[in-house]
Ligand binder design. Structure first.
Ligand code: 5GP
Ligand code: MN
Length: 346
């Protein structure tokens, strides 16, 4: 691993830069990628942003969105391969294990380019030349802001860049509500608002852009697909393929649903199981004293943060739920008494 000085030297002359982020990018993933891209373009670099999959349409307002290349679209594959081959530098944002970018992972592992990893998830893989990584950061967007400041370019952050970065910090703190909402978070977003980020407009674009189908889907899920196990301090949603089809679910439509389960009084752990073409996608959320990232990493091929993690299962939906309930019962002691085991608050 190289020091900041080596990175600073590397980026000090115009480069061909390839930026990527994790599958199904959220506001932090896309906001950090486009916030950084817009800054690097201002510095005279040639920048390409590639996402491994599509992302929700409520993020389409970000500057540079129309230039983003979706690697999961067949016709884009040759172009992405060419861009990666030509790249002098590769930035990996909001993930730190290469399995999070699907097939792009092996291609990045093989590249000769200078790799930069900016992230705030636990247990990073060692694949970068320079890593700006902190689990104390609430969002990758917070780290991108700090990187630009460290490079002495705070004055180059304009309204467009500020809005991309604000979006990621807003969503990764759950609207400034999660325990990761530190004093530094408020200081950074105050600066971003000062620069011109329209905080109320961004909240509106992201949180108030429901389709009728999505709202009806949420109502259906809460009334018909919510399981509450008060004895285990647990509540979870089970969403089948048919449910998603019936409500014409689009990318991003299940985002946030799991929080309704966690909002129940007395519930310490919540989950969302959603049946997809390639297996069951799982989201975990927990209250401050319960660590779900270790549970996700140990049993569900996943990971994440202490209070927000995810993973996957290749069993049937029914078998996944059975295994999940069994595991929660077996692991009750370690799951619900993690304060002493995990000193990191995020
Ligand atoms: P979400 O439930 O919103 O999809 O994800 C919550 C958190 O867990 C995010 O920080 C995300 O990066 C992480 N996460 C979700 N799925 C996976 C996964 O399959 N592997 C890993 N390592 N992290 C995941
Ligand atoms: Mn993030």
């Amino acid at each position: 691993m190289e020091a900041f000085a080596s990175f600073k030297k590397e980026i000090s002359s115009p480069k061909k830069i390839f930026i990527t982020t994790h599958v199904k990018p959220d506001a932090d993933a896309l906001g950090s990628s486009l916030g950084l891209a817009n800054y690097l373009i201002k510095k005279g670099h040639e920048v390409t942003v590639v996402t491994p999959t599509d992302y929700p349409s409520f993020l389409n307002w970000m500057k540079g969105n129309d230039q983003v290349i979706d690697f999961s679209v067949q016709k884009n594959i040759p172009k992405v391969k060419k861009k990666l081959k030509e790249a002098d530098m590769v930035f990996c944002l909001d993930f730190s294990v290469l399995s999070r970018v699907n097939e792009l992972g092996d291609m990045i592992r093989a590249t000769k380019a200078y790799i930069v990893n900016i992230d705030h998830h636990q247990d990073p893989e060692d694949f970068a030349n320079y890593r700006l990584w902190s689990t104390q950061a609430a969002a990758t967007c917070e780290l991108v802001y700090e990187l630009i400041v460290m490079l002495g370019d705070k004055k180059l952050i304009d309204k467009d860049i500020a809005e991309c970065l604000y979006a990621g910090i807003m969503t990764d703190t759950g609207g400034f509500r999660h325990p990761n909402t530190t004093k530094n978070v408020h200081q950074v977003v105050a600066e971003l608002i000062e620069i011109g980020a329209d905080n109320s407009q961004i909240a509106n674009w992201i949180y108030d852009s429901n389709s009728v189908n999505r709202l009806k889907f949420i109502g259906f899920a809460i009334s018909r697909r919510l399981v509450v196990r008060e004895d285990l301090h647990l509540a979870y949603f089970v969403i089948g393929k048919k449910d998603l089809k019936k409500y014409e679910s689009r990318t991003g439509d299940t985002e946030g649903l799991v929080n309704y389960a966690l909002s129940l009084d007395g519930i310490k752990m919540a989950a969302l199981f959603s049946e997809r073409e390639d297996g069951v996608k799982i989201s975990f959320r927990s209250t401050a004293d319960v660590a779900v990232n270790k549970f996700a990493a140990s049993y569900w091929n996943g990971g994440g943060h202490k209070n927000a993690a995810g993973g996957r299962s290749h069993l049937s939906l029914r078998a996944t739920i059975q295994r999940f309930e069994d595991l929660v019962e077996e692991n009750q002691k370690t799951l619900f008494h993690t304060r002493v085991l995990d000193e990191n608050p995020n």
